[in-house]
Design a protein around this ligand. Structure first.
Ligand code: MN
Length: 490
């Protein structure tokens, strides 16, 4: 659904100086490039205008800001395009902006090249004038340079487009909270007014009692239908079919409330389950597999980020999920973090077919043993992401990790589990994460990259901290100190 909703607008810069013939050629080529790029990119590229005047640029920017389907604007200067005419438009631009510094021709044609060719094909200096005005306006933008038919350029455009879709999803994000944050926890708190101003999220609360009313109204037929879908997707490894049916009842009621309010993410807490027999486990896991965001213990920041990062992933619902660092394996040469949650790990992270199991849950107010999906996470390169409120600003922390097949079977662990090594190595990675203030809750993603999160943070105008193979605690401390000063001045 999300995939079909968005498009990107292609705006090409030029001027009247070179005559109508050149402008016709520029327009025809721009239309051709948009057509060809649309075939290889996840979202359509729509050629809008060859801009020659201030009015044309402000008009297209006004329309881009207004149209929900426009997830971003890609600009390029085929010829020289004097930048003063771009100032008013770019100043008003509210949508993500990518400056594609490219060229129609790949090679310099040895025999053909003359001054006419030079006048028509001068992106090399047209894009510099365009770059200056972006820098001068301090406008957040992505600069991608390279030949427009190169796969490397396509990959970078693809990644940026998905990050820009993350911006669109963020701007319209609504989070439904059932119950408050877990008592006394600090990192899951945050300034909801500031978050709405910066990221667009509408974070509000609904009564657990209303959910219970909704659960009581779910019919046996609806439950039959959903449990049949569970059986198709997962292996049933419990005798307690009533527990599965109860989770289906919870899922149906939660989904109806989310959809009725247009919410893409939700939270709940084991401290407030009045009228419910089980903490939603399987229910929440299946909802996450459909693309809804979730955060445990009332963590609305991680919930919204989960939904956004899912939307940034493959086919608009990628392999991203709510995660929590639980415990370490600190044997030399085998240093790993074990991530899990009480119940709610998204099956998009699973290596194989998840099993539905029921187990006792000692924490919270569960009258019955909740059904949940149990599986191992897959191996591969991934990231973990945390959004924290620093007081006056938001910080997005992103760490590169290498997930492995869990090195222990852990037969008595009753929940889904993922095992990974943080970069640059487990203990240095932990030191850096703790130094930056990263939460115990994260979003783990196999298909969103650190580069995309950097793009997203730039577009949202929030602080970005990346912990990767080259990070040292010393460099990081200095970076955090300088950023703290810079963001206070900003
Ligand atoms: Mn937790």
């Amino acid at each position: 659904m999300r995939m079909n909703k968005y498009e990107f607008w292609f705006v090409v810069g030029s001027q009247f100086l070179y005559g109508p013939e050149v402008l016709e050629t520029v327009a025809a080529r721009a239309a051709e490039m948009a057509r060809e790029l649309s075939k290889v990119l996840p979202y359509p590229v729509v050629y809008k205008v060859t801009a020659k005047t201030n009015g044309e640029i402000t008009d297209v920017v006004k329309e881009a800001n207004y149209r929900d389907e426009c997830a971003g604007v890609i600009t390029w200067c085929h010829t020289f395009s004097p930048s003063k005419m771009w100032i008013n438009g770019l100043e008003d631009l509210k949508k993500p902006w990518c400056h594609l510094a490219t060229q129609y021709n790949k090679e310099i044609p040895n025999d053909e090249i003359d001054m006419d060719f030079m006048n028509l094909n001068q992106a090399a200096h047209g894009d510099r004038e365009h770059g200056f005005i972006g820098a001068r306006l301090r406008k957040p933008r992505k600069v991608i340079a390279g030949y427009w038919q190169d796969e490397k350029v396509h990959k970078r455009l693809r990644d940026w487009m998905k990050a820009a879709v993350g911006v669109a999803v963020s701007r319209s994000m609504k989070v439904m909270r059932f119950g408050d944050n877990m008592r006394e926890v600090a990192v899951t708190e945050g300034d909801k007014v500031e978050v709405q101003r910066k990221l667009g999220w509408q974070v509000n609360t609904w009564a657990v009692g209303d959910l219970v009313k909704g659960m009581n109204a779910v019919t046996e037929e609806e439950i039959d239908e959903l449990t049949a879908r569970y059986r198709d997707a997962y292996d049933v490894a419990t005798e307690d079919l009533e527990a599965i049916r109860y989770q289906a009842r919870e899922e149906i009621a939660i989904k109806k409330m989310l959809d009725a309010e247009g919410c893409g993410a939700f939270t709940n807490t084991f401290q407030d389950l009045y009228g419910m027999e089980q903490l939603p486990g399987l229910a929440t896991q299946h909802l996450m597999s459909l693309g809804y965001g979730y955060g445990g213990e009332g963590d609305w920041k991680v919930s919204a980020m989960t939904a956004i990062m899912k939307a940034m992933g493959e086919n608009g619902n990628g392999a991203s999920g709510f995660m929590e660092d639980y415990t370490y394996h600190l044997v030399e040469g085998q240093e790993y973090s074990l991530g899990a949650h009480m119940l709610e790990v998204c099956p998009s992270l699973a290596a194989g077919k998840p099993r539905i199991e029921t187990h006792h849950l000692g924490i919270g107010m569960n009258e019955k043993d909740p059904a949940r999906l149990v599986f191992e996470g897959r191996a591969g390169k991934a990231i973990v992401v945390s959004l924290i409120d620093m007081g006056g600003r938001l910080r997005l922390i992103c760490q590169d990790i290498e997930a492995v097949k869990p090195i222990l079977p852990m037969p008595n662990l009753p929940v889904a589990r993922v095992m990974w090594r943080a970069l640059p190595d487990l203990t240095t990675g932990v030191e850096c994460w703790i130094t930056a203030g990263g939460a115990h809750h994260t979003i783990l993603s196999y298909d969103v990259t650190a580069g995309q999160m950097r793009d997203w943070a730039r577009m949202m105008d929030i602080e970005y901290v990346h912990i990767g193979v080259d990070t040292t605690p010393e460099k990081l401390e200095e970076e955090l100190f300088l950023k703290d000063l810079a963001w206070k001045l900003k």
